[in-house]
Write a protein that binds this ligand. Sequence first.
Ligand SMILES: NC(=O)c1ccc[n+]([C@@H]2O[C@H](COP(=O)([O-])OP(=O)(O)OC[C@H]3O[C@@H](n4cnc5c(N)ncnc54)[C@H](O)[C@@H]3O)[C@@H](O)[C@H]2O)c1
Length: 339
Amino acid sequence: MDKVGFGLIGTGTWGETHLKLYSTDARVKLACICDINEDLVKQRAAEYGAGCWTTDYRELLARDDVQAVAIVTPDFLHREIAVAAAEAGKHILLEKPMATSVAECEAINAAVGKAGVKLMVDFHNRFNTPFTQTKLAIEAGELGELQMASLRLSDTIYVPTGMLSWAAKSTVAWFIGSHSVDLLRWFFQDEVVRVYSVARSRVLKGMGIDTPDFFHTILEFSGGAVAHVENCWILSTAFPTVFEFKVELVGSKGHVMADLSGNRMLQKYTGEGGIYPDVIGAPMVHGRAVGFAVESIRHFVDCVIEDRQPLVTGADGLAATKVICAIDESVRTGMPVEL
Ligand SMILES: NC(=O)c1ccc[n+]([C@@H]2O[C@H](COP(=O)([O-])OP(=O)(O)OC[C@H]3O[C@@H](n4cnc5c(N)ncnc54)[C@H](O)[C@@H]3O)[C@@H](O)[C@H]2O)c1
């Protein structure tokens, strides 16, 4: 196959990142896009040159010119569409988290297995260069045996209050804690066996958005490594970028420290004040979408065209969901949870 017909379901904030790739990669025909918001989907179709638009994902799935779909609907609306896509024989790029219950992930994996289609869950930090370089150092044995990690991935309060209309139906643990868990599983090449987490709901709840402000989580891996993960949704909007991301990994022979916060590689000071534009996530370079957030999407296109297995599978999506469910249970019970 040298060209693949794509359908996009969910054309909101992150759907637009997908559109940047599908509308500029010559191997992709953007056959159809779908959103229940008719004004939005019409506008996106015109802007990105989609072959057709619809407000009903079943219409999109029924089209022969769609061989692969990206599902970019809110966290808790993935299962039904993913199962229907598999049953329609479409390859699937599913946004993270795969789904918000273990049973939903298992239903998706069963439908994908039965249909024999490809499934990738979009944990794009496996394509983020500070982390790909870290992974190479781990694989080369430079760090020795990994012992512990400290990971802080947090958003400014703009994300739950201004960006996501559905924040109260999700949590920062689902939204970015799932990235944290996948990254650590990938680094450690190991599974989490015990989870202890503490959360607080004060600031956002006081603003009428009933979701925790933050989670502090200890993850114990089967090989004995331990990670501390901090995910918070209430950083000040005065922070230069929408997220803060710091990772430290300590091994028996060495350690690495990555700080992806702040976007200080490019600083613009104009009449609008200080601005720190994105230069590694999804910038456009001479009309071509680049950056780690589009590289994961491009990888999925590669896998469909070259008939390869994606780097992030349904098993990875399920594993991350199991851990986030355990985090929820630990917060609820105040006790560690065994997996
Ligand atoms: N990979 C990443 O780092 C990353 C970053 C941001 C968001 N995401 C994920 O992408 C997904 C979407 O997030 P977002 O920020 O774009 O949210 P959003 O609210 O901006 O967009 C979601 C869109 O889905 C549409 N939608 C809802 N139900 C639908 C249905 N049944 N059929 C068609 N369209 C439907 C909504 O109208 C909306 O336009 C979430 O799972 C989120 O966690 C991933």
